[in-house]
Design a protein around this ligand. Structure first.
Ligand code: PEP
Length: 236
């Protein structure tokens, strides 16, 4: 059985003033779910006492070197991370990261002992052109290195048009994609949905056969919003 996972992505949000939110998220009644928080890298060591698994939001493909402003997978691991998001659509859009870049970053995460949370997702234009499943298959083939297992990788399906927009994909849209991805990745790897997940839509999404949890952006910033999502997953 794939693990049930609730992962929060704080993006470029959060200073030490937000530590109390993370601590409160760690108090959620998570049952058999894994709760992961991916805060800004500046907070990783600060959150070492939270009852949460920690993740980075990105890692460079190399372990060290002349890459001003970047962060490597061994640095994230050293700061307490056990997971790392790779291929988030905001990185792909803001930093021009290609599938090949994401593949190298995912490999770097594994090399440092991190579990990769690999994100894939189609744009609205691609969905409207009927290209969704082909785009996702291509992204997965292009960005997932050989050697992916349920122990080193989690896949997050995040339609670009649903991230931070308040537009959640319908249950039918998510089911269609997750069923296709499940056929591609096999039975054990956790498959998350991400894109405007909130307390009000979480239970319907978690009821779907091939949805093993969520990657949550905006609604992970406050314990009052994220804890009900975690609890809906635990109850699913
Ligand atoms: C994300 O950033 O991965 C995400 C899903 O964001 P939001 O939940 O805010 O749409």
């Amino acid at each position: 059985m794939p693990k049930k996972i609730a992962a929060g992505n704080w993006k470029m949000n959060g200073t030490r003033a937000a530590v109390s939110e993370a601590m409160a998220i760690g108090q959620a009644d998570a049952g058999d779910c894994v709760v992961i928080l991916c805060p800004p890298a500046t907070l990783l060591t600060v959150l070492s006492d939270a009852r949460l698994a920690l993740g980075g939001q990105y890692c460079h493909a190399e372990t060290s070197g002349a890459h001003t402003g970047d962060i490597s997978a061994p640095m994230l691991a050293d700061a307490g991370a056990t997971y790392c998001i790779t291929g988030h659509s905001e990185r792909r859009a803001d930093h021009g990261e290609t599938d090949a870049d994401v593949r190298a970053q995912t490999q770097a995460a594994w090399n440092a002992g991190l579990i990769a949370i690999l994100c894939i997702g189609e744009t609205l234009e691609q969905r409207e052109a009927g290209e969704t499943l082909a785009v996702l298959e291509g992204q997965l083939n292009g960005s997932l290195p050989d050697g992916a297992t349920a122990d080193n990788t989690i896949i997050a399906y995040e339609p670009v048009w649903a991230i931070g927009t308040g537009k959640v994909a319908s249950a039918a849209q998510v089911a269609e994609v997750h069923d296709a991805l499940r056929a591609q990745i096999g039975p054990r790897m956790s498959l998350l949905y991400g894109g405007s997940v909130k307390a009000g839509n979480a239970a319907e999404l978690f009821a779907l056969t091939n949805v093993d949890g969520a990657l949550v952006g905006g609604a992970s910033l406050k314990a009052a919003d994220f804890v009900p999502i975690i609890e809906a997953l635990a109850a699913s």
